[in-house]
Structure formats: C-alpha cells, structure tokens
Design a protein around this ligand. Structure first.
Ligand code: SF4
Ligand code: SF4
Length: 434
C-alpha cells in the first residue's frame, strides 16, 4: 500500500512503525474472511482491511480521530485473527495498538463512555479493588442485575460478577519445592486471574513442581487491559512495575522461563520488547523478559509429566483462545498435551473465531460479544463434549456466562491427570466413559 505520511508525523517512532506496517498491506482482503466483526456486521469498516484504511487516513495527516473512526476501531476485538490469515505479514497488532493510543489522545468520547472506560482501567487491573467490586456486585439482587433499565455495559459487568460468584474456587497454596530442581521458573500472577480463577495458579504450581521446577511467583499486572483501552501511558506504568518485580526475582537466581497461564497476558509480555523498545529505562530488560516469556503449555511440553490413567476418558472441546492461537501462534501444543494426558478431544467448528471475551470487550461491546459467545457455544454444543478447556481466563468467564458445561483451564485438566485434584467445576457433572 502506498502511503503519504506527513514528515512531521513520521517523527513519532510509533507512527513511523505504523507506516511500515501499512506499506505491507496489499489490499487483498483475505483477512476479511476470518474477521469476527466483519462476519457479524458485514460492513467493510468493521473489517481488518477497512480499519487499516481508517487508521492510514487518520495517521497520515496526523488528524484527530473522529467519532466514526473511534466506533469502528472500538468494535475491533484485537483477536488478531487477521494476522494469522494475512499472506503479506501485516502486523495488525502493532497497528491497532498505536491507533487506539491515537484515538484516546485525540478524541473526546461521550461522558458515559469516558466514565466507564476510566472505571474499568482503575478497577480490573487491581486485585483488591476487583475483590471489593465483586463483593458489592454479589449483594445486588438478580432482578436488578438483569433489569433492561440498566445500561448494557453495567448489565454485562454484573453478569460476569455473578458467573464468578457461582463458580466453585480453590485458593492457591504454595507448591512443594522439588528436592533437586531442574531449574527456576517465575510464574506471573497477574491481576484479574488471581481473583477470578485462583485455581488456575494452584494447578500450574503443582504441575511445574511435579515436573521438577522450582516456582517463584511474581505479582503485577502486565498492562494488557489498559493497553487495549488505548491508555498507553498507564500500560507502560504497569509494564515498568512488573519489570521491576521481575528484576528482583531474576537477581535472586537465574530464571529458565517466565511462565504465563493467561494467554492474553502472555501475548502482552512477549511483546514488551517491541512496546518498550524506545524507552531507555526499560528497553533492555523488556527485551530480556519478553524472550523468557512462555505460555505454560510451552514449558509443560518440554517437561516430564507424571501422567496417571484417569478413571474415565473425558471428552473435551478445546477452545483455542485468540491470544493463544493468533497472538502466540500456539494451537497444536495444548491439544497435544491434553491428548497425551488421556482426554479425548473434539474439534470446535469455526475454531478460529473469537468467543467475544477480548479483555474488557464483553463489557464495552456487550451486544457483539454476546453474539460471538452464543455462536461459539452453539459450535461447542455440536461437538458433544462434556468439558470445555481453554488457556485464558477471559474466555473462561465469557463461556461460563452462557454455558451449562463446565469450562476450565487446560492446566486444571492436566493437573488432574497428573494426580492433582479433580477440577472444582467438574464434580456435579456426568463423566461418561468412552
Ligand atoms: S483483530 Fe480481530 S476483530 Fe480486529 S480486525 Fe482483526 S480479525 Fe477483525
Ligand atoms: S490480508 Fe493482509 S495484505 Fe490483505 S488486506 Fe488484509 S492485512 Fe492487507
């Protein structure tokens, strides 16, 4: 694609990078075929190619974003399905991240949107605030939560809080240190996940320590939630705090890997090297920690797991989170691990499509998110599986909000197969043998 950037605009290194991305696009439109919002809305401006044109037009002249540009970019899930499809290697992730930052800096949203986005940015990444928010939500009666008089985002938020309240949880307990550890691994605790599904961290710790790893935990939000809201400065602050925590942990002993078990956070951490490349305070460590970041399944695939025979052979539909399959290009690995652990896997039709979770998208764009969720759940129902497994906390919450099937993290199933407890979400369900 030819570009005609204002030379002043190119002084901004992120705009200069965006120009490089834009020049790779050859307008072929292959990406449109796999874009969830184009599929649902049928508007070219809600397709990757359409958004690329909108971004190009806005950045070329260094223009403020308009309401129309904000609308169509807000509707993008950042699912990155278009990156997997693109034959020209267009790095849409970096383009949309920069465009969201530009929109946030140059467009004044209606007050209700500003209030909602600020509230999400100030609550979701902070575990203590989130716990308090969930407590408050839990005393709101069901008829109020579901009232059509409530604004849709608030209804969506309360619905997700109710999903959390209804799910059984087990708290994280420190894993036993192996007698002769094969190495040292840092497990990222993150923000929302440590509140919403602490059982994921507990299972991860047990699995890693059974596989011979010494596990140290690292607190801190990776900044993905705020980054996707276009609040770049806040995202950089979160990254700086996490990098400081990682420096402390790595100074105490060499790290073999930084393990992330929420694929949205993994995608973000793996991109720190790019995101912070021009920050003299952080660039070197950002690149170092990005290079060490691994999804939990990447580490487990290289570790000997003490798999035991399960009492039955449970039938699992594996939902490949977008941040896993498109963001990190990890699709086959989690499936292989589940199969090796004794689960029967069923393929979900339209597996490339997002479930509508996408960070805070299911709150901000609840109508589209619900349509995508219901489409995903219909495809899951078509598999005949009796368990859904996935590798991202956002997808777990989103699918649980509409499903009667148990939705669990992949590591909970692997942990179970290695002698860990049966996942708390499973006991009441029939588990037919094959
Ligand atoms: S990131 Fe997802 S929703 Fe956004 S343009 Fe690409 S495919 Fe469409
Ligand atoms: S598939 Fe790639 S090159 Fe083709 S229009 Fe989409 S982003 Fe551009």
């Amino acid at each position: 694609m030819q570009t005609q950037f204002d030379s002043a605009a190119l002084h901004d290194p992120d705009t200069a990078e965006a120009e490089k991305v834009l020049r790779k696009c050859v307008h072929c439109g292959f990406c449109n075929a796999t874009c969830p919002t184009y599929l649902l809305l049928g508007d070219e401006l809600d397709s990757p190619r359409g958004r690329i044109y909108l971004i190009k037009d806005m950045l070329e002249q260094n223009r403020p974003a308009t309401a129309a540009v904000a609308l169509h970019l807000d509707r993008c899930l950042s699912c990155l399905g278009c990156m997997t499809t693109c034959p020209s290697g267009v790095h849409y992730q970096h383009l949309i991240d920069h465009a969201r930052d530009h929109v946030e800096r140059t467009y004044r949203r209606p007050w209700a949107q500003r209030l909602l986005r600020a509230a999400l940015a100030r609550v979701l990444p902070f575990p203590a605030r989130m716990r308090l928010g969930l407590k408050v939500a839990s005393v709101i009666p069901r008829f109020v939560r579901r009232s059509a008089l409530l604004p849709a985002p608030l209804r969506a938020m309360l619905g997700l809080a109710a999903v959390h309240a209804a799910a059984p949880h087990t708290e994280m307990t420190p894993a036993a240190r192996p007698a002769a550890p094969r190495g040292r691994i840092a497990l990222l605790l993150g923000c929302a996940q440590s509140v919403l599904t602490p059982e994921t961290h507990a299972a991860t710790q047990r699995l890693l320590s059974r596989a011979g790893w010494e596990v140290v935990t690292v607190s801190g939000c990776c900044g993905a939630l705020t980054h996707h809201l276009g609040r770049r400065a806040e995202a950089v602050d979160f990254a700086a705090r996490l990098i400081a925590n990682l420096r402390t942990v790595s100074a105490a002993g060499e790290l073999a890997a930084i393990v992330v078990n929420a694929s949205g956070c993994g995608t973000q951490l793996k991109d720190y090297g790019f995101m912070l490349r021009n920050d003299p305070r952080l660039a070197a460590d950002a690149a170092r920690f990005s290079a060490l970041a691994r999804d939990i399944t990447e580490v487990l695939a290289r570790s000997p797991l003490p798999i035991r025979a399960l009492p039955q052979r449970p039938v699992v539909a594996y939902h490949s989170a977008c941040s896993m399959q498109h963001g990190q290009q990890l699709d086959a690995l989690p499936r292989r691990l589940l199969q090796e652990a004794g689960f029967e896997l069923r393929e979900i039709a339209e597996g490339h499509l997002c479930c509508g979770s996408a960070g805070s998208y299911n709150i901000l764009q609840s109508k589209i998110a619900t349509q995508l969720r219901d489409r995903k759940l219909a495809n899951i129902a078509g598999t005949g599986a009796n368990i859904v497994a996935t590798g991202n906390v956002g997808c777990i919450m989103q699918l649980r909000s509409g499903s009667s099937l148990p939705v669990v993290h992949t590591v909970e199933l692997l942990d179970w197969a290695c002698g860990g407890p049966r996942p708390a979400a499973l006991p009441t369900l029939p588990m037919p043998s094959i």
